[in-house]
Design a protein around this ligand. Structure first.
Ligand SMILES: [Zn+2]
Ligand SMILES: [Zn+2]
Length: 575
């Protein structure tokens, strides 16, 4: 159990307790603990192994919660959560996934209208029952209906971080099984899609029993759903399902290609094979009855006259034609990343100091960073007004002078307010080294107003980059993107020399792959940033890089994949 998983358990306990109407201090204690654990630089398992006492000493944890962490570490579950799940119907907890629905509203709908799932909720909104409930009204009912449509659209998909963690853990375990030779994840997780439905893993093995026994008894597996000669289906903790397929070595590459998809890409490869008088399927590439390739993916692509196509590009977006012409991009790698231009400290809602963030960035080999705490509109996060921001920047200046091997920019994540003005005056923004302009509030405003806000930011000469541009959220409570004409926004950004961020947080990945490709086509430098709120927050850079790879970006398209001097020359103030 890693910190993220323990944190999720406490978060769910907090949510379910609040739906039940538990004491607000108790609820808050769980939420705080979830956050503390999620952001903690050391693994709870390591601390516990070294000395169980250490857990109690973490601020905000204490004896009670430490005992619960111990239970989770030892048994992989928390009986209290199991009980809560029985008391609060799963369909009721699902309501929390709707944008704008907190535990209080959820509890009211459950207890006063007897709503038990999303279908009942939809019916109650349409019949006017919800609008009639005290504290709700027409507007709220309409908002809930919109939120329901969005949840239905995104389905019960899981974010890439969760999917990749589960998939990697199981691939690692299978690799250690004697008699198992090749192991790989396939499917959309291998293509690094931002949300994932099911997982697929392929192996070659002397016999399938050992591999299937390993998966069946893996601690992340909740239940074996089916087991046959060559295929096993399991349900993992957290609800994802996984198929394990045991394939013959001579078909491994063909199976990997087939099960990695996408379906659309495979239609194109099949068509191409047919035009060449070949047949391609999960067993190999065939001329008549004779297999001519199948052992490796490279071999499979070669048989149809193509170079290897990286999984991230297999979406039928022109990759076959590019492969044919030999113009596939040389995709960005995580190791190319030189800087990180979006992060928070204890000055606002981060958990680490300026110095701790700088040290953590250096440890990861970063050559330049920007400290970008929140502006005052984000009062929940103790956002900075002009005076506090200037004092914060002074502090950064003093600390950065001590370092010779890393450049530290004095930045700000400045809100673009609902009335289309910036949250900080121009003279303050002019003093910044790096300004990220963002929409945090009023994301449901009409398109015209959202566009007016974005144009304000783009036209402001001090704005360096638009951060998490669309405001979409892929997490447990998904949020639809703000209404905007993306083409027009990108065109204006290109004209004014404003960069576009790929926010690497797995719940955001905003701007998405298609948006990033469109920005690249306009010559806009892309910045991939972690939005770290803790020293461990830098870990998510990989997900931003995956999204960039799906957009077909090369290192030269990404501003913070450049050396410091090149990056500096790209800054708006230096052009
Ligand atoms: Zn933000
Ligand atoms: Zn931020």
């Amino acid at each position: 159990m890693n910190n993220t998983e323990i944190s999720r358990i406490f978060e769910e306990v907090g949510d379910l307790l609040e739906i039940q109407g538990a004491n607000s201090f108790r609820v808050r204690a769980y939420r705080m603990a979830a956050r503390t654990i999620g952001d903690h630089p050391e693994q709870m398992a390591d601390l516990f192994a070294a000395n169980p006492r250490q857990l109690e000493e973490i601020s905000g944890i204490g004896k009670d919660l430490a005992a619960k962490i111990k239970t989770i570490l030892e048994t992989s579950e928390l009986p209290q959560l199991t009980e809560l799940r029985l008391e609060v119907p799963a369909g009721v907890a699902d309501m929390l996934r709707i944008d704008g629905m907190g535990p209080k509203k959820t509890a009211a709908l459950w207890k006063e209208l007897g709503i038990l799932d999303l279908d009942m909720l939809k019916a109650a909104c349409e019949s006017g029952q919800v609008a009639g409930l005290k504290g709700f009204g027409e507007k709220t009912a309409k908002k809930i209906l919109e939120g329901l449509a969005h949840v239905a659209e995104s389905g019960m998909r899981h974010d890439l971080a969760e999917a990749k963690f589960l998939s990697d853990s199981i691939v690692d375990a299978l690799q250690l099984v004697p008699g198992v030779h090749q192991v790989s994840a396939a499917g959309s997780v291998r293509r690094r899609k931002e949300t994932i439905g099911d997982l697929d893993v392929l192996v070659t093995a002397d016999d399938s029993t050992a591999a299937m026994d390993c998966l069946g008894t893996h601690p992340l597996v909740e239940k074996v759903l089916a087991r046959g000669e060559t295929k096993q289906r399991v349900r993992l903790r957290g609800g994802m399902e996984m198929d394990l397929r045991v394939v013959p070595a001579e078909s491994y590459g063909a199976a990997l290609q087939y099960f990695t998809g996408s379906k659309e890409h495979n239609i194109m490869t099949r068509r191409r094979a047919a035009e060449m008088g070949l047949k391609i399927n999960e067993y190999g590439v065939f001329r008549g009855e004779t297999s001519i390739a199948g052992r490796t993916e490279e071999e499979v692509y070669q048989a149809i006259g193509l170079p290897y196509i990286p999984p991230e590009l297999r979406e039928d977006r022109g990759e076959i034609q590019r492969a044919e012409k030999g113009t596939l991009p040389k995709l960005l790698e995580l190791a190319d990343m030189q800087g990180d231009l979006h992060m928070h400290t204890t000055a606002t809602d981060g958990t680490a100091s300026i110095r701790e963030m700088i040290d953590a960035a250096r440890q990861r080999g970063l050559k330049y960073i920007a400290i970008t705490d929140h502006s005052k509109r984000v009062s929940m996060a103790n956002g900075l007004d002009a005076d506090r921001l200037r004092a914060h920047w002074k502090e950064i200046e003093v600390i950065r002078a001590e370092y010779t091997d890393i450049q530290v920019l004095r930045g700000i994540e400045c809100d673009i307010l609902e009335d289309a003005t910036m949250d900080l005056p121009d003279d303050v923004l002019a003093e910044a080294d790096w300004v990220i302009a963002v929409l945090h509030y009023g994301l449901k405003q009409p398109k015209d107003q959202i566009m007016a806000r974005l144009m304000t930011a783009i036209r402001n000469p001090h704005v360096s980059v638009l951060g998490h541009l669309t405001g979409r959220y892929l997490g447990k409570r998904p949020r639809a993107p703000a209404a905007m004409d993306l083409k027009e926004v990108l065109k204006a950004a290109a004209d004014h020399g404003v960069m576009i961020e790929i926010n690497a947080h797995p719940s955001r990945l905003d701007i998405d792959d298609l948006g990033a490709a469109a920005a690249r086509d306009l010559g806009i430098p892309i910045v991939i940033s972690t939005d770290a709120h803790a020293t461990t927050g830098f870990d998510v850079m990989q997900f931003g890089v995956f999204q960039a790879r799906r957009a077909g970006l090369e290192a030269r398209h990404v501003a913070n994949a450049q050396e410091w001097t090149t990056f500096k020359s790209l800054l708006r103030s230096n052009r």
